[in-house]
Design a protein around this ligand. Sequence first.
Ligand code: FES
Length: 165
Amino acid sequence: MNLAPPPLPSDDKRWKIVNGTMRRHGFARHALIETLHTVQSSFGFLDDVAIRFVAQSLHVPLSQAFGVATFYNHFSLKPAGKHTCTICLGTACYIKGADRLMAEAEKRLKIKAGHTTPDGNISLMTARCVGACGRAPVILEDSELLGLVEPGVMLEQLERWAAHD
Ligand code: FES
């Protein structure tokens, strides 16, 4: 039986990243943990929608997917920051200066990658490749993908988020 994968939960580009991880593993069940890691690193947390989508795509019982998501401390089941800045650290982006973007973001937000500002406003996340290498370096500002990113452009957005909350 070869069931078609379910549609992406929304047009948020981060679902394509999640789908890419599952596709790389042929939508096999053993991709569960890695896929949940991808959700976590892309969105900053796992929620009901994400867990259901992954479980359905990989034909894993929902209880098993929730079991894995709640068992490992690494996974966060709540939204982290109100906003998420995800910096792609894949090879193409790294070569084009993603490490500098990360250093600037960490300095501005005074947090390390994978963390959220103490006021809960902004989470700083990383991705390994978001499939837009031709536009490296790439970041996601919430769900919006930006390519050829200069540090100043990224910092302006971080300032806007910081000022409005
Ligand atoms: S390495 Fe960043 S988009 Fe591919």
